[in-house]
Design a protein around this ligand. Structure first.
Ligand SMILES: [Zn+2]
Length: 311
């Protein structure tokens, strides 16, 4: 009797174990539900400029096309824009408040991915610029009055720097405030991020440290993955890629968003050919298509339908 009960119990146990083992898992919710698209600059802040265009306009045109393409390809996806017209997001009166608004909107919307669209520039002027070169010395005067005078010639040099890049924020636990501020000044002077630069956020608060840790653990890998996939698509189209650039500091908007975030430099407006490409409908559509294709791979990879490119 005892033996029988024991056997029965064991059998029941096995069956319970078995049924719990074969229980069909509930349908999986998509992991990537909300994408925040952030067209750089806007309103009083034009960003950089080329010979015929301003960064804020190109960034907006590409962003809107990208949103449309993503919506078409993924009907269930929620798309949030930080701006859809030529304004500083949130109609904020200055750039730093604009950055704060962008980040807060992204966080409030429960974004799963944050995509900033920008255009790059060199320190040299757009198109071509004059360069003075020493050619020779001319001797004048005689005896004690003999002098050599440099003779220069001016040549026009084309601004040839071109290509795309993806910026991600490298989380750094040891960053301290004074360091952050000094780097910020350094970066504000640079051409790249005069806009999204600026540590508008106090990195010494417990919240910021927590976010930094979380970013490092959870989001940094996915930011890297998305950036890599975007650059891969650009290269496939024949664009030059400067690759993935990790910034320790200075991309305030990326730093403040609690989600994987990438800043895409879609090309140099200071390069005449690249500016023409980015100014045209065809070029803008191609850039948007590249990012949308990368997004498709990214979504499939983070949701487990495709092998991760970084594995
Ligand atoms: Zn910019």
């Amino acid at each position: 009797m005892f033996k029988k009960t024991a056997t029965l119990l064991t059998l029941c146990g096995i069956m319970v174990g078995f049924t719990s083992f074969v229980r069909i898992p509930p349908p999986q919710m998509p992991l990537l539900r909300t994408v925040v698209i952030d067209p750089g600059h806007g309103g009083f802040d034009p960003g950089t400029h080329g010979l015929i265009t301003k960064e804020k306009d190109i960034a907006l045109a590409i962003s809107l096309q990208l949103g449309k393409m993503l919506q078409q390809a993924h009907p269930g996806l929620k798309i949030v824009y930080t701006r859809t017209t030529d304004i500083m997001p949130g109609n904020k009166p200055n750039v730093l408040e604009g950055i704060r608004y962008r980040a807060e909107l992204a966080n409030r919307s429960g974004g799963d991915l944050f995509i900033c669209i920008h255009c790059n520039a060199t320190r040299q002027p757009a198109g071509s610029y004059p360069v003075k070169r020493l050619v020779r010395y001319r001797i004048t005067g005689k005896g004690a009055h003999k002098r050599s005078i440099p003779v220069y010639s001016t040549t026009w040099v084309r601004n040839t720097v071109h290509g795309t890049a993806c910026y991600i924020w490298k989380a750094d636990r040891n960053v301290n405030k004074s360091d952050a501020i000094s780097r910020r000044e350094e970066l504000l002077d640079g051409e790249n991020m005069g806009d999204s630069t600026g540590t508008a956020f106090d990195l010494t608060t417990p919240e910021a440290r927590m976010r930094s840790l979380l970013y490092e653990k959870k989001y940094f890998g996915n930011s890297t993955l998305f950036g890599t996939l975007v650059e891969r698509e650009f290269v496939r189209t024949g664009r030059r890629s400067e690759g993935l650039v990790q910034r320790q500091e200075g991309i305030g908007v990326l730093q403040a968003t609690g989600m994987p975030s990438v800043l895409i430099e879609t090309g140099y407006l200071t390069n005449k050919e690249e500016e023409r490409y980015l100014a045209g409908r065809k070029g803008q559509a191609e850039v948007a298509r590249n990012i949308a294709a990368a997004f498709k791979h990214y979504k499939d990879q983070v949701e487990g339908r495709e092998k991760r490119a970084d594995n």
